[in-house]
Design a protein around this ligand. Structure first.
Ligand code: URA
Length: 201
């Protein structure tokens, strides 16, 4: 087993490589590469689409309005960014105007994500939103039909949920999303920590 400190060191080295990346045109317009953050030894890896304007400026994932909602959902599950999860995106640089990253951009960037996942080696992967689901699992998957279902993606136990920004646009999706996250808590108890405290589950 790799020691936690070794993983942290390897992840820091990977971050240095990632922030020097110029594989695609997004490197020309970005302010910062948003590598991701959280516990390098987390059992839950959350993967979203790409940094937005606020994240590009801050160099950190989910610091805008959808990040605040995500933190609330995580807190309701008894999870924190520091302890339980690692949070990153399929694409590490902001697409101009917050457009959806192209298939080519995702293809060039995803090897960074795979290296993060190899080092962190999570028990559970959560895909946030339709774009992360499409680029990670393939175009046959549909967020409206497949959210909340467990499946294996790259040999890892995975669930897709609605993206927090979709919940901000359409609050009607919150009920389903809460059901999905309660199942994440149950799976976390089963696989990682039977004593995990969540006051709602
Ligand atoms: N939306 C995303 O998909 N990723 C972020 O980091 C922030 C907003």
């Amino acid at each position: 087993m790799t020691e936690p400190a070794e993983i942290t060191d390897s992840l820091l080295r990977l971050k240095q490589e990632t922030i020097a990346c110029s594989r695609c045109e997004l490197s020309k317009t970005r302010k910062n590469v948003v590598f991701g953050e959280g516990n390098p030894n987390a059992d839950i890896f959350l993967i979203a689409e790409a940094p937005g304007h606020t994240e590009d400026l801050a160099g950190r994932p989910f610091v805008g309005a959808s990040g605040q909602l995500l933190d609330k959902i995580l807190a309701a599950c008894g999870f924190t960014r520091q302890q339980h999860v690692f949070l990153s995106n399929v694409v590490k640089c902001r697409p101009p105007g917050n457009r959806t990253p192209s298939l080519q951009e995702a293809g060039l960037c995803i090897p960074w994500l795979y290296r993060q996942m190899e080092l962190i080696d999570p028990q559970i992967v959560i895909l946030l939103g339709a774009t992360a689901l499409r680029y990670m699992a393939g175009p046959a998957y549909k967020i409206t039909r497949d959210h909340g279902k467990w499946f294996y993606c790259n040999r890892r136990l995975t669930m897709a949920v609605y993206h927090p920004s979709a919940l901000l646009r359409n609050p009607g999706l919150k009920r389903d999303t809460w059901t999905d996250f309660k199942n994440v808590v149950l799976k976390y108890r089963e696989l990682s920590d039977p004593d995990h405290v969540c006051q709602y589950v």
